[in-house]
Design a protein around this ligand. Structure first.
Ligand code: 5RP
Length: 297
């Protein structure tokens, strides 16, 4: 199955500004995107290896097509000379200590998103969770407002602490709801039967990585299989910056996303970029054949 591209029947009616912002993040030459996710701190705090976002992100930025952050991290940790398109996280209001992660609101105004020149705004929706209704209404309202300024909205099918239970049927439902409400892009998780999720979602899908997988190979396989089944890219965080060799990892992912590399070829890119060390051995170890979606957030 080919990727569901940003260009489709809807493109003819999509305004210039929306198309331009999407084209900054989704490379027109390949129709794909490598988004670097670093918006975890808004509810997880100083996540492992993202304690100092500036130090973590700086070496990775040259290899991504967009970076996902909150306005706080953008202003404090990324330079205003940044050329990489920004996906601004605009939902929040709850912490990892809460028993109900779905209790989010819109925490950043669209005015602020425009002020920092964001290329998209991102918000989590929690289908099936106690605050399902609010999160879907927030998405709709955000889209109404964002479309006035040709700002794309990336809807995130957040799963709270329930990811283990979220299968293709659930993710297909959640992604379709986001598309029906008008999201321009949807971020979801890879799962068994992912092609069903793609089939039911008429807008481009990107996949998150979830918590750090055992080996780099596992994460490369996840990306490769998601693309093969129709995702247009990844919006990945922990499996990049929690790797012992984050630059090698993002370069290997890039080879898959934009260079059509196989997992074996990408591992070769990883090994060359990583140089000698234990991480190369970890990457090379055998792995599951079907990476699964496994994790909250
Ligand atoms: C955090 C997010 C992340 O952007 C998303 O989960 C992707 O990151 P990872 O690959 O680490 O799962 O939405 O709230």
């Amino acid at each position: 199955m080919g990727p569901r591209t940003a260009a489709g029947p809807g493109e003819r009616t999509m305004s210039w500004g929306l198309q331009n912002r999407l084209a900054r993040m989704i490379k027109p030459s390949t129709g794909r995107s490598l988004m670097l996710a670093a918006d975890h701190g808004y509810f997880m705090g100083p996540t492992h290896r993202l304690e100092n976002p500036r130090t973590t992100l700086e070496p990775l930025l040259p290899y991504c097509d967009a970076v996902a952050v909150t306005r706080g991290i953008l202003r404090s940790s990324l330079p205003p000379t940044l050329e990489v398109p920004v996906i601004l996280r605009v939902s929040g209001g709850v912490s990892i200590l809460s028993s109900d992660l779905s209790n989010e609101d819109i925490t950043t105004s669209l005015e602020d998103a425009l002020r920092v020149n964001a290329s998209a705004v991102a918000l989590s929706v929690f289908v099936g969770a106690p605050h399902e209704h609010e999160s879907l209404v927030h998405l709709s309202r955000l889209i109404d407002e964002a479309e006035r300024y040709d700002m794309p909205v990336l809807a995130i099918t957040a799963v709270g602490k329930e990811l283990e239970k979220r299968d293709a049927r659930y993710l297909a439902l959640a992604c379709r709801l986001c598309a029906e409400l008008g999201a321009h892009l949807v971020k979801t998780y890879y799962c068994e039967g992912f092609e069903k999720v793609v089939e039911g979602c008429p807008v481009p899908l990107v996949v998150a990585g979830g918590p750090k997988l055992e080996t780099e190979r596992d994460a490369l396989e996840l990306a490769s299989q998601a693309l093969a089944k129709g995702a247009i890219g990844i919006d990945m965080g922990r499996n990049i910056w929690q790797s012992d060799k984050p630059v090698a990892m993002i370069r290997a992912l890039r080879a898959i996303i934009h260079g059509k590399a196989t997992v074996e070829q990408a591992l070769e890119v990883f090994r060359k970029a990583a140089g000698p060390g234990p991480s190369s051995a970890v990457a090379a170890r055998g792995s599951r054949t079907t990476p699964s979606a496994r994790a909250p957030v």
